[in-house]
Design a binder for this molecule. Structure first.
Ligand SMILES: C[S@@+](CC[C@H](N)C(=O)[O-])C[C@H]1O[C@@H](n2cnc3c(N)ncnc32)[C@H](O)[C@@H]1O
Length: 232
């Protein structure tokens, strides 16, 4: 991970330059809840950033044990403060998955807007390490910045993003600076690439759940458990 993450800048640019950012966090939390975690369940927000998703998870699933981790200490501090201010329960850890105690196994892992920052050659290992930390029957809710193979669609996504950013008070200069900073560090994935990476990592039943402009979210379960088992 080489992109820099400054919490204040991230707060402004995340909601400002990802159309539907707040809705995404709410949907991810609802998708996590739909997998049916109970009161003794553990949920991990992997790559929690400034905790927008952690807060949504804590509010949607107040009874679970929620752990949120991120290698960027300043992002974790912002996330912890956000949850404390809101009066919700979450345990924050500085570091990636390896910083979360070895014996911790999770019923749900949420990983939002992280995978496209992981170098391509490390993605399968990253996803495999998540699978290894899931309890039997556990689920991954993965949300990724996508890319369309259709240049016309990609162009529309870019325009939506730019118009949205402007409507949120982000200047074209700021947006261009952020795009320049992340160029080469962010590698969005097509649906086929997400599916293939999940499959190679042992998530053989991954299904796309929904898409908000360029961001697509997946439900992935290891091995032979079927995604349909999430239905009540
Ligand atoms: C775009 S932010 C997304 C943050 C948050 N999930 C959200 O939805 O706002 C990406 C985050 O991934 C974190 N990250 C980068 N590499 C990671 C890794 N190997 N494991 C966990 N988190 C990682 C970064 O520090 C950063 O906070």
């Amino acid at each position: 991970m080489t992109a820099s993450f400054d919490p204040q800048q991230y707060e402004r640019l995340s909601s400002g330059s990802v159309p539907g950012y707040a809705a995404l966090q709410d949907l991810v939390a609802l998708a996590a809840a739909a997998t049916g975690p109970g009161s003794s369940s553990r949920v991990l927000d992997l790559g929690c950033g400034t905790g927008a998703g952690s807060l949504a998870l804590a509010r949607t699933l107040p009874e679970v044990q929620l752990i949120a981790c991120d290698p960027a200490a300043a992002m974790v501090a912002a996330g912890r403060s956000r949850c404390e201010t809101a009066g919700v329960k979450a345990h924050f850890v500085v570091g990636g998955l390896s910083a979360v105690p070895d014996d911790a196994r999770f019923d749900v892992v949420v990983c939002t807007l992280v995978l496209h920052f992981i170098p391509v050659e490390e993605r399968v290992a990253f996803l495999t390490s998540i699978r290894e930390r899931l309890r039997p029957g556990g689920a991954l809710i993965l949300s990724v910045l996508g890319r369309s193979k259709d240049p016309a669609v990609q162009a529309v996504w870019t325009q939506i993003r730019r118009h949205h950013a402007t409507s949120q008070g982000i200047t074209p200069t700021e947006l261009a600076a952020r795009e320049a900073e992340t160029r080469g560090k962010v590698q969005p994935l097509s649906s086929e690439e997400v599916h293939a990476a999940l499959d190679s990592a042992g998530f053989t039943n991954a299904v796309p759940l929904y898409q908000l402009v360029a961001v697509h979210s997946w439900l992935a379960r290891p091995g032979s458990a079927t995604p349909e088992s999430a239905e009540s």
